[in-house]
Design a protein around this ligand. Structure first.
Ligand SMILES: [Zn+2]
Length: 307
């Protein structure tokens, strides 16, 4: 009898071990993301429960980046991928998925309202993807081509992504639902305060129009009543004719500041600035400390547009 009971206990122990072994009781959840600001978002919600792998290295642009073999290997260890639908992620998606077919996926663009009118060049000349993308779009009744991908650059647009990220973490690791939900609520409060802070900073400006080489701040402009004029046209440097037109627009709009970013060329911005007597300022759309960067950027907007 005693022997039977210990055999039964052994089965219970074994069964429990099998049941809980994939949950990695103490190991953090391995979450892969595309760009540095997403690391910040996932860490706000996941805290110590997550270990985040970012595909885009510092200084690279999400529009043309190509993941390395080493990164693909790292990706094969990930439990969850948080999508944001930037260009390189879309172009490499199938390859990334085949590197890790067991990986769960959450799309943080779910429910986000995209702005149109921003066509980027295909990453790495992966033109065979285009037909496929079009097929998906048609079957989804969605037009993804030419939409502006920079949805991480306005607190209001980030709120929806935060909800999606939290749902993704909970679905892969339901055991820690309470922790994820509590952290999410607290981050949403932080985002609301940040939104109000930026709103106040930008309430009274001398001008609300700015020029920029790469139109990364369109969502920020939309949410805080600013007008963004892009120098880059459909992801390309403007032609001589387009440059002349841009200078005319800049003069008429009394543009006093032109923004550039560390990941793009600043040549045409410098040329226009020199012609119209505007200053050139650097804004980083991909800074790793997203929160501090948003405050810093809103200070620069407030300062340069008040002159
Ligand atoms: Zn961009």
């Amino acid at each position: 009898m005693k022997k039977q009971r210990s055999i039964l206990m052994l089965f219970v122990v074994m069964f429990t071990a099998i049941l809980f072994s994939p949950a990695k009781a103490s190991e953090p959840l391995r979450v892969a993301v595309s760009i540095p600001p997403q690391v910040y978002f996932v860490e706000q919600i996941g805290g110590d429960l997550v270990d985040v792998l970012c595909m885009l290295p510092e200084g690279a642009t999400p529009h043309t980046y190509e993941p390395t073999a080493q990164q693909m290997k790292q990706l094969s260890q990930a439990d969850l991928y948080v999508r944001i639908q930037v260009d390189f992620e879309n172009a490499w998606w199938e390859k990334m998925m085949s590197a890790n077919p067991d990986m769960q996926v959450v799309d943080s663009t779910e429910g986000v309202e995209f702005l149109e009118g921003h066509v980027h060049e295909e990453a790495g000349g992966k033109h065979e993807h285009e037909d496929e993308k079009h097929r998906v779009e048609e079957s989804d009744h969605h037009e993804h081509h030419g939409r502006n991908p920079h949805i991480w650059l306005s607190p209001r647009a980030v709120k929806m992504q935060v909800e999606d990220i939290c749902q993704g973490l909970v679905s892969v690791d339901p055991e820690h639902k309470d922790s994820y939900t509590t952290h999410k609520e607290s981050f949403l409060n932080t985002l609301n305060s940040l939104d109000a802070e930026i709103q106040n900073k930008l309430a009274h400006l001398k001008t609300r129009t700015f020029m920029i080489f790469h139109p990364a701040w369109s969502y920020f402009a939309r949410d805080y009543g600013l007008e963004e004029i892009s120098i880059e046209i459909e992801g390309k440097e403007p032609s001589a004719k387009e440059m002349a037109e841009l200078m005319k627009i800049a003069k008429e709009g009394q543009v006093s500041v032109i923004f550039v970013q560390p990941q793009s060329s600043r040549r045409s911005a410098d040329t226009i600035a020199k012609q119209i007597g505007a200053r050139v300022e650097m804004l980083d759309p991909l800074a790793a400390n997203w929160f501090e960067n948003m405050r810093h950027v809103s200070d620069i907007f407030a300062e340069t547009l008040s002159r």
